[in-house]
Design a protein around this ligand. Structure first.
Ligand code: GTP
Ligand code: MG
Length: 425
């Protein structure tokens, strides 16, 4: 059973380089939350002044509404953003086994012959149930065990470049919890549609892992695939794993010195491939990207560790410790690389878009403010004129009143005079 009831969640690792991405994601999401609040508040304000005075026209009002939609759109993308690693290599080199070793559980089917027949993406899900979804369908197909998963993948009669998404409880693995998404592929030697593969599954990958078979050399198909990748993407991050290194150590009559010779030969070829052929890294960087590992052994060691046993109980051959250490070293460098690269490619774009939205809004608001100031000054002028006019009228009235008063006074005097004169007479 893939989901034993009593399994403990994998412990949180705050020191993991993946936290660079996790923290950056939280921060940018918080900032966008604030931007959204600000945009909504401003839009309500703009609507209000549009209704009260004709300072803002319909076009401006609509533009503000479009910012609300834009910011909401970016927020949705941001919440979904993750780090993506894609694995490629010839059939049976151990791509699925490497992913299982990193996930610390046998999740993906692996085996001799052509096993993985379409793209499989493993990503974290929130509940405790594992399920899968095929392309173009919303149906959650429950996954109970590895055999069922393998059957589900075969029965679907999926096209090799289609994608099956496997959702695995994120609490079961720290990499899934920290938003790493794994993409497994069929062998590069079995497909003629490599261009489609790249367009459909690789353009947003942060890291590529080329899984080689340490017992043989890199094939033309493997090289060609990465040539096309590096033409379509500028400087892709590529790691090379020389897998099945345990098998070389197990080789009868293989002296240690011979093993060292093979290792340095492979190393040199891999470094040349990254530096001289693909031109994606310099010598120093390339030397940090080539590893000799055993995925099968690492997975077994981790399964033993989960049971509380020492890891070497999973050893297959002589020299386990070195290979196990090298796998861990690969994981560490991979984590550093993927989180830095994902922060740059995923968030840099969003932060510059956020800045441009904020800048546009600011200049529009400045503009509106200026118009409001002019409007207010105009109203003040009108008020002043009115006051002056009222004051003028008041003076006039006062004068008229005074004149009237004198006139009346004179009239009264005149009448009095006339009356007393008449009486006397
Ligand atoms: P496809 O899906 O068919 O392209 O193959 P794949 O690259 O995913 O290889 P897979 O992980 O299925 O491994 C193929 C076989 O090699 C399986 O039987 C694995 O157990 C075995 N294998 C994988 N890694 C190692 C390893 O490091 N050492 C040894 N000895 N065997 C390994
Ligand atoms: Mg496979």
């Amino acid at each position: 059973n893939l989901l034993p009831g009593g399994s403990r969640p994998y412990p949180m690792n705050d020191k993991s380089p993946l936290q660079i991405f996790v923290r950056a994601k939280k921060k940018i999401n918080d900032i966008y939350g604030e931007i959204e609040e600000y945009v909504c508040e401003t839009t309500t304000f703009i609507d209000k002044i549009h209704d009260e005075a004709e300072i803002v026209d319909k076009e401006e009002r609509d533009l503000f509404k479009s910012y609300v939609e834009k910011v909401a759109g970016i927020r949705t993308v941001l919440q979904r953003d993750h780090m993506k690693v894609a694995f490629f290599g010839r059939t049976s080199n151990g791509k699925s086994s490497v992913i299982n070793a990193m996930l610390r559980e046998k999740i993906l089917p692996s085996g001799i012959g052509h096993t993985t027949n379409c793209f499989c993406q493993v990503e974290g899900s929130n509940g405790d149930e594992a399920y899968l979804m095929t392309e173009g369908s919303d149906e959650h197909i429950n996954v109970v065990n590895i055999k069922q998963l393998a059957n589900a993948l075969c029965q679907e009669k999926l096209c090799e470049s289609s994608l099956v998404r496997i959702f695995w409880p994120r609490e079961r693995c720290s990499l899934l919890r920290d938003d790493v998404v794994f993409v497994d592929s069929p062998g590069v030697d079995v497909s003629a549609n490599l261009d489609d593969w790249i367009d459909n599954h690789c353009l947003n990958a942060d890291v590529f892992v080329l899984v080689l078979n340490a017992e043989s050399t890199m094939t033309r198909a493997e090289k060609q695939f990465f040539h096309t990748v590096s033409q379509k993407l500028s400087k892709p991050n590529i790691f090379i794993l020389n897998n099945r290194w345990d098998a070389s150590a197990n080789e009868p009559e293989c002296q240690e010195s011979e093993l060292a010779k093979v290792k340095s030969q492979h190393t040199e070829r891999c470094i040349d491939f990254l530096t001289k052929e693909l031109k994606v890294s310099n010598e120093k960087e390339a030397a940090e990207r080539v590893f000799f590992v055993s995925a099968r052994e690492t997975l077994q060691a981790r399964i033993e560790e989960a049971k509380g046993n020492p890891p070497h109980m999973g050893a297959i051959a002589e020299g386990f410790q070195m290979r196990y250490f090298e796998f861990q070293d690969f994981e560490r460098k991979f984590e550093e690389c993927i989180s830095q690269s994902a922060v740059k490619t995923k968030f840099q774009q969003h932060s510059s878009r956020g800045k441009s939205v904020a800048g546009d809004m600011r200049s529009m608001l400045d503009n509106i403010y200026e118009r409001i100031t002019i409007f207010r000054n105009h109203k003040m002028d009108q008020k002043n004129m009115l006051t002056e006019r009222i004051q003028g009228t008041e003076t006039q009235m006062l004068q008229v009143t005074r004149e009237m008063k004198t006139k009346i006074h004179n009239m009264v005097e005149e009448v009095e005079e006339k009356v007393s004169k008449a009486l006397n007479e």
